[in-house]
Design a binder for this molecule. Structure first.
Ligand SMILES: Nc1ncnc2c1ncn2[C@@H]1O[C@H](COP(=O)(O)OP(=O)(O)OP(=O)(O)O)[C@@H](O)[C@H]1O
Length: 876
């Protein structure tokens, strides 16, 4: 038979089938059945059972230390429902009522171990007609935004955005995303579904949640507006629906009133220098290429000199979405230049932010009702620093600094509100008392006086009783179970007067009370209880008032982030001697004496070597638009390619760059096809991944894009790879005209320079010395010499005859190949196929050369003939 608790448990489990049910029983959270088996294994807890037959497995964690266990499970991607006792067990005669008071999910719970610079995104994806809506929320800061994708590439663009943002949890319509995608977007869905694999927690919601009729009013009601136009969501129904479904989910999981979520912003992905998920990963903008590697390889790490968590988060977001407007970039660069040039003012500004803590997250904690008195004091401390920041910004004269000083609300009234209400030495927990300042509430002051005098009276009683009984060690003590008592050691128990009433006997001591003590106890405890109530009421009133100012605090946080980011860029520019890039409306990409910011810094830190500066000049109109880079392995080709992209990203973010000079015409999008991907784990071959990425580039790059292609074609047979690389370069040159850097091992491609007017050959240089090849890492004009392989072999000690013979063979091959390729690069594509590579005929020739005709029977000769013919036909 089921016990009442189990009945409650099953009822709750039925409503939250996808959650681990943590059921509060006394001082424990208990888990039952499959949940218990799973959690015991995951958290290494002891599995017990409710019954003798062990048919009802269970395990539990102490309630007061549950937090750490919950966080562990959330990090693993699980969802948890808390089935709490919702009435005081002391006040009920029957079974205590239990309800699910909160559902914790990876996207809705705030991980205290989260880095300040990290965001924890909950994503919601809607499909409405041909449009896809995406909403994103970071509950810890209240950041809420939405966007929309339409047209043929919608599905790919949406999944790409998910790949960039990397949400921890995704909400989607229960009918299944893949189904919806196939329905609406045909073949694209196959690829797109891959992007979801990286998201650990996927939560399907009923499809009606994602309808306009339900979801749009949800948004309007939450923000108390009549129309969504004001938030930029007018005309973007799919985005609005995604946002509404998310609010539904937050309500269903009982996340509270969410006062800090005070608006949802519509954003356009195309309003910035576009970086797809592949490039973000390849360029290691915010995360190392392979998880587990050190973060020091990321651009974010190299550029993070921010003073505040808001600044760090904005830096990260900015690297993922660099600006694409000249005016915006110019304004930032001007501000950075001014602050970089004035050490005193710049340091003044950075120091002014020393006491600025995580304003957004503190506000988030206040809104989610998890902030204690100390955190409210931290909030006050942070707000109190704002006037100083504003004054420091006012020192500067450029337009952006002036605008920021103007717009930064120093929130003096909110600071005063907290400072007047909360005691400076307030405890961590509200329940400990002493939170509200004296003078705020007359009744509270009176009650405090009462309990203070009560306690004084107890001291007096202790002193008097010691005199009276002659027991020097007699003490008045308190504990929550027995209240106040007189404690006397066992040895002295015989000296206790008759009017003492025994309360409790311990091993070494006896505890007593007296009518007088009882009277004081009642007084003190009532006063304390009452003042606790008043403190709670006042604290919650303060919280409500503060939340009234939430939109202003969030706005101030945004301004601080901008100020901090500009200060960070200025600091790096000055410290590292970086220069201001010229960002213009042209088709040029030019840098002189430039360095890879991450590699250079790592070399400096390790004290090994020095980064060799290098230069580049490309011009999509008129000048060379494609640089073909050849040279030995380890020569620095990849570094050179990435460096070009990183400098463009930095410049368009508004940062100075590590170069003697740099000029760049606005780039609309950066494409990268770099090295072997680790997508193989997802079951697609390296070559397939490579070609998919190349296809995306060839289909969507424009004359304003920057394209990096590194070792294209390596994943397949040499001839296939070379042909594809060859055709790709031609297409980039003739049809797209994007500024392109193409690093390759196919030496044959360098001959393309004779045919393509806007292609130039560059080589990374190396020098042969007695001790081996020394990489100079300089980039020069011209194709690389081909014989590095043979040189390496010589240094490795291959016999001189072999090296000599290899040189001869190489020469013959080079001569023949050059001739063939020249012929192949003539316009007719058919001749390219036939003359350049003849692998099949080569195989037939090889086979014929192998046979000894004298040893063959006529039958064998005929068989061979048939076999060769089959091969010929099979390949036709
Ligand atoms: N300009 C430079 N100055 C100093 N060191 C450099 C420079 N460029 C690259 N390096 C260093 O040389 C090494 C090889 O660079 P990189 O990986 O770019 O070579 P690669 O030519 O792409 O090699 P592979 O063809 O094997 O991929 C790296 O460790 C890098 O730190």
């Amino acid at each position: 038979m089921q016990t009442p608790v189990m009945r409650q448990y099953f009822g709750a489990k039925e409503q939250h089938p996808d959650c681990l049910m943590f059921c509060r029983v006394g001082d424990f959270y208990e888990l039952f059945y499959d949940d218990a088996i799973l959690v015991a294994r995951l958290l290494q807890l002891t599995l017990t059972a409710r019954d003798r037959e062990k048919k009802q497995p269970m395990c539990g964690v102490p309630w007061h230390s549950a937090e750490a266990y919950l966080q562990k499970l959330l990090r693993m991607g699980y969802k948890i429902a808390l089935l709490e006792q919702v009435e005081d067990p002391k006040l009920t005669k029957t079974i205590v009522k239990r309800d699910v008071t909160r559902v914790l999910t990876p996207g809705t719970s705030i991980d205290p171990g989260m880095e300040a610079s990290d965001s924890c995104w909950l994503a919601s994806l809607s499909v409405l007609g041909k449009g896809i809506g995406l909403a994103l929320m970071d509950l810890s800061t209240g950041e809420f935004r939405a966007t929309e994708f339409a047209g043929d590439g919608a599905w790919v663009a949406a999944t790409d955005e998910l790949g960039r943002v990397k949400p921890v949890e995704l909400l989607y319509p229960g009918g299944g995303l893949k189904g919806a995608a196939t329905l609406e977007f045909g073949g694209a869905s196959e690829d797109a579904s891959g992007a979801f694999e990286g998201i650990r927690t996927k939560t399907a919601l009923d499809e009606w949640v994602f309808t306009a009729d339900y979801a749009l009013p949800m948004v309007r009601n939450h923000f108390k507006v009549h129309s969504l136009d004001g938030m930029g969501l007018g005309g973007h129904e799919a985005a609005g629906v995604a946002a509404g479904a998310m609010l539904h989910y937050l309500r269903a999981t009982k996340q509270g009133a969410l006062e800090h979520v005070d608006g949802v912003r519509f954003y356009e992905r195309s309003n910035c220098l576009e970086l797809d998920a592949v490039s973000v990963r390849n360029l290691e903008l915010v995360e190392p290429l392979f998880s587990g590697e050190t973060v020091q390889t990321t651009l974010f790490y190299t550029l993070d000199a921010c003073c505040t968590p808001m600044g760090k988060r904005l830096l990260r977001a900015t690297l993922l979405r660099p600006a694409s407007g000249l005016r915006e970039i110019a304004a930032r660069l001007e501000a950075v230049g001014e602050a970089a040039g004035d050490l005193r003012k710049r340091e003044g500004l950075r120091r002014s932010m020393d006491n600025v803590l995580d304003l957004e997250r503190l506000l988030g904690r206040v809104a989610l009702d998890s902030a204690g008195p100390r955190e409210v004091l931290s909030l006050a401390g942070t707000i109190g620093a704002l006037p100083g920041v504003r004054a420091a910004v006012r020192e500067f004269g450029s337009a952006r600094w002036r605008a920021l000083a103007e717009q930064l609300d120093a929130l003096e009234d909110l600071h005063e509100m907290i400072a007047l209400a909360i005691a400076e030495d307030a405890p961590v927990n509200l329940a400990d008392g002493g939170v509200i300042r004296a003078g705020v509430d007359a009744e509270l002051d009176e009650l405090r006086e009462l309990s203070r005098s009560g306690r004084q009276a107890l001291v007096a009683i202790e002193e008097r009783e010691r005199q009276r009984t002659g027991i020097g060690s007699l003490k008045v003590r308190f504990n929550t179970v027995f209240g106040y008592y007189l404690e006397v050691t066992k040895a002295n128990a015989k000296s206790v007067p008759a009017d003492y009433e025994r309360k409790q006997t311990l091993v070494n001591a006896e505890r007593f009370t007296t009518p007088e003590l009882k009277e004081y106890e009642a007084k003190i405890l009532t006063a304390q209880e009452r003042s606790g109530e008043i403190e709670r009421r006042l604290f919650h009133e303060l919280r409500r008032h503060l939340l009234g100012g939430a939109p202003r605090m969030r706005e101030a946080a945004r301004k601080i982030a901008e100020i901090d980011l500009l200060a960070c860029f200025s600091h790096l520019a000055a410290l590292r001697g970086w220069v201001k890039p010229v960002v213009e409306e042209s088709s040029v990409l030019e840098f002189l004496g430039a360095r890879h910011p991450v590699v250079e810094r790592r070399m400096e830190e390790s004290g090994v070597g020095r980064f060799m500066p290098n230069s580049l000049h490309l011009d999509a109109v008129g000048g060379p638009s494609i640089a073909l880079i050849t040279g030995p392995n380890m020569g620095g080709k990849s570094t050179y390619l990435r460096q070009a992209a990183l400098l463009v990203i930095m410049a368009q973010c508004g940062s100075f760059v590590p170069a003697d000079s740099m000029r760049v015409g606005l780039v609309d999008r950066i494409y990268t096809r770099i090295g072997a991907s680790d997508n193989v784990a997802r079951g697609r071959s390296t070559f397939m991944v490579e070609m998919t990425e190349t296809a995306a580039i060839l289909n969507t790059a424009t004359a304003k894009s920057l394209v990096l292609l590194d070792e294209m074609g390596r994943g397949t047979a040499t001839y296939d790879g070379l042909s594809l690389a060859w055709a790709t370069v031609e297409h980039m040159h003739d049809r797209i005209g994007a500024r392109t850097l193409f690093a390759t091992h196919y030496h044959e491609l360098t001959l393309l320079a004779e045919k393509l007017a806007r292609l130039k050959n560059l080589r990374v240089t190396a020098k042969e010395t007695a001790g081996g090849i020394v990489f100079l890492h300089t980039v020069e004009t011209g194709p690389a010499s081909k014989s590095y392989g043979i040189e390496v072999a010589r240094l490795a000690g291959l016999p001189a005859q072999v090296i000599g013979r290899a040189r001869e063979v190489l020469k013959v091959h080079e001569r023949a190949e050059t001739q063939q390729i020249r012929e192949a690069s003539a316009p007719e594509p058919a001749s390219l196929q036939m003359t350049m590579f003849t692998p099949l005929s080569q195989r037939i020739v090889d086979k014929l050369a192998e046979v000894d005709v004298d040893e063959m029977t006529p039958r064998e000769a005929l068989n061979l003939l048939a076999e060769l013919q089959r091969e010929l036909k099979g390949s036709a």
